[in-house]
Design a protein around this ligand. Structure first.
Ligand code: NAD
Length: 490
C-alpha cells in the first residue's frame, strides 16, 4: 500500500500545481470564465486538485476546433489512422500503472480491478484501429437499370459524455471507434473523476493525433454537458450514464436533431435454477455485484434463486459476503473500496432503511464504515419481493437483493418486471430451458453459466430504459458513420 501511495504522490504532483485544464485545439486552456471546482478523493475526502469549470463558451471553442480538424482527419488514409490508434494503445500500456493508481484515488475503485481496466482501454484502441481500414466499405446492389453502391462516411464532430464509474475504460470505449471511423471528438468527462481522461488525451496527442481531433472540456453536466448536447456543430452524442440523464439529453438535443447513443442504467438479474453448478453460480453472483464496488452498469444487482435451493444458497452467500475485504483501494488485497462521492454514498445508505421499512431482511452489511471516506459494508437483502424499491431501483453500490422464485415462469416474470433491460445471467444445466428462458428475457446482453465476459466483436447495449443503440464490432460504426447510397444509370 505505501509503495502505491508513494507512486501516486508522484503522479498527482503536477495536477496539484496546474489543476486539470481543458485541452482545445492542442492547447491547454483554463475555462474561459476562469472558474474551477475542487476535486476530492472518496478515499479520505482530501483535496486532489482544481478542475476547469467550463460552460457553453468553452464547449463552443472545442466544437469549433473539432469542426476545423474534421476534414483532414476524415480524409487521412485509414491505414494512417490505424497506426496512430495503435500508438495510443501502446501509450496506454506504457502508462497503465499511472492510470490505474490515479483512477483508484479519483473514484475509490479497487486496484485489483482497475489495473485490468486500463489495459482493456488499450485493447479497445487496438480493436477499432484494426477495423478502421474497412469501416467505409459498402455494398454493391445492382438493379436492371442502375449500378447501386453504398458507402459509409463519418458523421462529423461527436460529443462524448462519460460517467465516473470506470471512467478511463468507458472513455476509450466511445472515443476509439469514433476516431477509427474518421470523426473528431469533444469529450466531457464526469466531474467526479476528471484525472484519467486528461492522461488519456495526453497519450493520444503524444501518439501523433493531430491537434483539434480530440478536445477535452471539463465541467458539470448542467452547463458544459448540456451545451455540448445543444451545439449545432456536434452531429451526435455518445452518452454513458443514468437513464434520467439520457432522457434530458434527448430533449436538449431535439432542436439540433442530434443522433444519440445511450448506455444507461440497469437492475440486472442473475437467475439460479436448482440444477445449476451452484459453486460456480455463487462465485459469479458475488463477482458480478461486489467487484468494482457494485458501481457497474452490468452488475447483477438482483439474485433470483429457485426456492428449492434458496436456503442453502443464501446461507453460503451470506458467509461469503461477510468475508469480503473492504479497504483502501490502493491496497492490492482490497475487494471493495469507497463509493465515488458523498451524495452517492448517502443514496446507497438510504436503501438500508428503505429495505427494512419495506419488510426485507438485511442478511449482511447494511452499514457504513465509521471512518473518513465513503465506505459501506457489502450488503445482502433477503426476503425481498419484486415490488420493493430495493428490487426496482438502481442502487449502484455493493448491494444485492435476493428474491426467491418457484417456477421458470415466475423467474421470467420477476426478471422482466423492472424498467431496465441491460444484462441477464442465467444458471442452469438444462440447455433447452436456457434457450427458452433467454428467448423471453428482456435484456440486451445475456450470459448463460458465465459471468459477464466481454468479447469486443459482439454487440453491447441495453433494451427498455437501459439504452439505445449498440457498441462493439461494426455496430459502433453504424452510429459514428452515415450510410450513403449512389445509383449510376447503366
Ligand atoms: P450521470 O447521468 O449522472 O452522469 C453522466 C455524465 O453525464 C456526466 O459526465 C455528467 O456530467 C453528464 N451530465 C449530467 N447531466 C447532464 C445534462 N443535462 N446534459 C449533458 N450531460 C449531463 O451518471 P453517473 O452517475 O455519472 O454514472 C452512473 C450511471 O451510469 C449509472 O446509472 C450506470 O448504470 C450508468 N452506466 C451505464 C453503462 C452502460 O454501458 N449501460 C456503463 C456505465 C455506467
Amino acid at each position: 500500500l505505501q509503495n502505491n501511495l508513494d507512486k501516486l504522490g508522484g503522479y498527482l504532483a503536477r495536477f496539484k500545481e496546474t489543476g486539470v485544464l481543458n485541452r482545445i485545439g492542442g492547447q491547454d486552456v483554463p475555462a474561459a470564465s476562469g472558474k474551477t471546482f475542487a476535486n476530492h478523493s472518496p478515499v479520505d475526502e482530501t483535496y486532489i486538485c482544481d478542475v476547469a469549470k467550463s460552460d457553453g463558451t468553452d464547449i463552443d471553442a472545442a466544437a469549433q476546433a473539432a469542426k476545423a480538424a474534421f476534414p483532414a482527419w476524415r480524409d487521412m488514409p485509414a491505414t494512417e489512422r490505424k497506426k496512430i490508434l495503435h500508438k495510443i494503445a501502446d501509450g496506454i500500456v506504457a502508462r497503465a500503472e499511472e492510470i490505474a493508481l490515479c483512477e483508484c484515488w479519483d473514484t475509490g475503485q479497487a486496484l485489483r480491478f482497475m489495473s485490468k481496466a486500463a489495459l482493456r482501454g488499450a485493447e479497445n484502441f487496438r480493436f477499432f484501429a484494426d477495423k478502421a481500414p474497412a469501416a467505409r466499405d459498402g455494398q454493391h446492389l445492382p438493379s436492371p437499370t442502375l449500378m447501386n453502391i453504398t458507402t459509409r462516411t463519418p458523421i462529423g464532430p461527436i460529443g462524448v459524455i462519460t460517467p465516473w464509474n470506470t471512467p478511463f475504460m468507458l472513455s476509450t470505449w466511445k472515443i476509439a471507434p469514433a476516431l477509427a471511423a474518421g470523426c473528431t471528438v469533444v469529450h466531457k468527462p464526469a466531474e467526479f473523476s476528471p484525472i484519467t481522461a486528461r492522461i488519456l488525451m495526453e497519450i493520444a496527442e503524444e501518439a501523433g493525433l493531430p491537434a483539434g481531433v480530440w478536445n477535452l472540456v471539463n465541467g458539470f453536466g448542467e452547463d458544459a454537458g448540456k451545451a455540448l448536447t445543444e451545439h449545432p456543430d456536434i452531429k451526435a452524442i455518445a452518452f454513458v450514464g443514468e437513464s434520467k440523464t439520457g432522457s434530458m439529453i434527448m430533449k436538449q438535443g431535439a432542436d439540433t436533431l442530434k443522433r444519440v447513443h445511450f448506455e444507461l442504467g440497469g437492475k440486472n438479474p442473475v437467475i439460479v435454477f436448482d440444477d445449476a453448478d451452484l459453486d460456480r453460480a455463487l462465485d459469479a453472483a458475488i463477482f458480478m455485484i461486489y467487484s468494482l464496488n457494485g458501481e457497474r452498469c452490468t452488475s447483477s444487482s438482483r439474485l433470483l434463486v429457485q426456492s428449492t435451493i434458496a436456503g442453502e444458497f443464501i446461507e453460503k452467500l451470506t458467509a461469503r459476503v461477510n468475508n469480503i475485504r473492504v479497504g483502501h483501494p490502493l491496497d492490492p488485497q482490497t475487494e471493495v473500496g469507497p463509493l465515488i462521492h458523498k451524495t452517492h454514498f448517502s443514496k446507497v445508505c438510504s436503501y438500508f432503511d428503505i429495505a427494512k421499512q419495506d419488510g426485507a431482511t438485511v442478511a449482511a452489511g447494511g452499514v457504513a464504515l465509521d471512518q473518513p471516506g465513503y465506505y459501506v459494508r457489502p450488503t445482502l437483502f433477503t426476503g425481498a419481493r419484486n415490488d420493493m424499491r430495493i428490487a426496482q431501483e438502481e442502487i449502484f453500490g455493493p448491494v444485492l437483493t435476493a428474491i426467491p422464485f418457484d417456477t421458470e415462469e415466475d423467474a421470467l416474470e420477476i426478471a422482466n418486471g423492472v424498467q431496465y433491460g441491460l444484462t441477464g445471467y442465467v444458471w442452469t444445466q438444462d440447455i433447452t430451458r436456457a434457450l427458452r428462458f433467454t428467448n423471453k428475457l428482456e435484456a440486451g446482453m445475456i450470459w448463460v453459466n458465465s459471468e459477464n465476459v466481454r468479447h469486443l466483436p459482439t454487440p453491447f447495449g441495453g433494451v427498455k430504459a437501459s439504452g439505445i443503440g449498440r457498441d462493439g464490432g461494426d455496430w459502433s460504426f453504424d452510429f459514428y458513420m452515415e450510410q450513403k447510397h449512389i445509383g449510376l444509370a447503366i
